[in-house]
Design a protein around this ligand. Structure first.
Ligand SMILES: *Cc1c(COP(=O)(O)O)cnc(C)c1O
Length: 235
């Protein structure tokens, strides 16, 4: 794990780069939320980032998320950003500010049911496989409107926008067209005026490409490696 000083320096750098990207795009810095993706990093790393002023974190696995919520006494703003199985929803209903990875009506129905039990309305995003990659979760862009309409009647979930995981690339510019397509899709869905849904959130951009994503309209960037260092997949 990086030291608190290193995490703090990384955060300052990321912050500068987000601010510069906002400036280039003529956007207000407040339009972009930085989600610190702490997956595979220890609780101490989350605490260190929190002490550096971060209160919004992302995790991609339910068990790891719940473990961290329990271990950390202070309330933080947690986003579930990874694929979610229906049988795990009950563990996180009421504990997360947003679920980024909804890609089926069935999953939305389970989130709806568990949210009702927990006495909350859960904010969700529809995950889009924007580049049509075989290996990726998410729906095809063309399926977005139909899925939004089918989820719309559910009372305990609220679609707030769209999320994507863009292709891995050494050249962030390569992902600009995908981010632009996400933005266009979001505007298109918003224009349909479907009940109970808004398109205010566009969750896209990671360590390798978040500046391009901000330039193309991201409201939430999910940065892990750039803050916490490389993850150790050997464990
Ligand atoms: C791990 C992960 C991230 C962060 O990736 P980095 O490249 O480390 O910034 C963002 N989004 C999702 C869905 C992830 O699983």
């Amino acid at each position: 794990m990086l030291t608190k000083d290193e995490i703090g320096r990384n955060l300052s750098l990321i912050e500068e780069r987000i601010a510069a990207a906002c400036k280039r795009a003529g956007r207000d810095r407040n339009e972009v939320t930085l989600i610190a993706v702490s997956k595979m990093n220890p609780v101490e790393a989350v605490v260190a980032a929190h002490e550096c002023g971060i209160d919004t974190f992302g995790e991609n696995k339910v068990q790891e998320l719940c473990g961290k919520i329990e271990a950390i006494g202070v309330p933080l703003r947690w986003h579930l950003i990874g694929h979610l199985q229906t049988n795990k929803v009950k563990y996180i209903a009421g504990k997360v500010v947003m679920i980024h990875s909804v890609d089926s009506l069935k999953l939305a129905e389970v989130i709806d049911k568990e949210s009702e039990k927990a006495g909350v309305v859960t904010d969700i995003l529809l995950e889009i496989n924007i580049a049509g990659e075989e290996s990726k979760y998410g729906i095809e862009p063309s399926e977005t409107e139909a899925l939004a309409r089918s989820i719309s009647p559910l009372k305990h979930v609220r679609i707030c926008g769209l999320m994507t995981v863009a292709p891995e690339t050494d050249e962030p510019e390569n992902n600009r067209p995908y981010f632009r397509q996400m933005r266009e899709l979001s505007v298109d869905i918003a224009s349909k005026n479907i009940d109970n849904i808004s398109m205010n959130v566009l969750s896209m951009g990671m360590t390798g490409d978040f500046e391009i994503a901000v330039e193309e309209g991201a409201t939430h960037v999910r940065v892990g490696t750039g803050i916490f260092g490389a993850r150790d997949y050997s464990k």
